[in-house]
Design a protein around this ligand. Structure first.
Ligand SMILES: Cc1cc2nc3c(=O)[nH]c(=O)nc-3n(C[C@H](O)[C@H](O)[C@H](O)COP(=O)(O)O)c2cc1C
Length: 181
């Protein structure tokens, strides 16, 4: 697929078929993440791949609990009326990008995330960055249960799957602040 088509066509998807993502496809998405640039080519990103629905439901519950405690409860309660799982939207695949904390870690992980979402689109999958799931970042016990070390932080939680329907493409203009010719 042409890069332009992927960049212009990708949208956040929040409604998924129950169909699982095959291992080979997951591998291609991970490879796209691994190919992202990183500061000093240190390649700090590690990927935690979760396809177990029970685990995802458990994590979703924990996010809601944490987010509720921090004052997002109302908003989530409103959204809960619309969707069964307001955090992961019933997606069959959750990938957590984690890294050892460091000056560039967040940027390195974000670049990997965008590569992965574009590659997923190229492979016919929808995706969405789930910032809410970063509430799990304070819950070391849960992170440990996912194999995430105490020295690592959770930067980019991403969901993937086959969309029930594709959101229409959106157009945006660049907000150029100043041009110095
Ligand atoms: C850092 C970040 C955090 C986000 N967190 C959430 C989230 O928790 N839940 C959600 O449904 N969408 C989340 N999104 C998706 C954005 O809402 C979405 O990308 C934005 O509305 C633009 O729509 P588009 O991706 O279709 O262009 C997040 C996106 C980013 C980049």
């Amino acid at each position: 697929m042409e890069t332009e088509k992927a960049i212009l066509g990708r949208r956040a998807v929040r409604d998924y078929e129950r169909k699982a993502v095959p291992d080979g496809v997951i591998g291609k998405i991970l490879k796209a993440g691994a190919m992202a640039p990183s500061a000093m080519d240190r390649q700090p990103c590690r990927f935690v791949v979760i396809t177990n629905r029970e685990k995802m439901a458990e994590l979703s519950g924990k996010v809601k609990e944490k987010a509720g405690l921090l004052g997002f409860g109302m908003r989530l309660a409103e959204r809960a009326k619309l969707k069964e799982d307001v955090i992961f939207y019933g997606a069959p695949l959750l990938i957590l990008i984690v890294a050892e904390n460091g000056k560039w870690a967040a940027l390195d992980c974000a670049l990997a995330a965008q590569n992965m979402m574009l590659r997923a689109y190229d492979l016919g999958l929808g995706s969405c960055f789930i910032g809410f799931a970063r509430f799990l970042g304070d819950d070391r016990e849960t992170l440990r249960s996912l194999g995430i070390k105490d020295s690592q932080d959770l930067y980019c939680p991403l969901i993937f799957g086959y969309p029930k329907k594709w959101p229409a493409p959106k157009s945006r203009e660049a907000n150029v602040q100043k041009t110095i010719g």
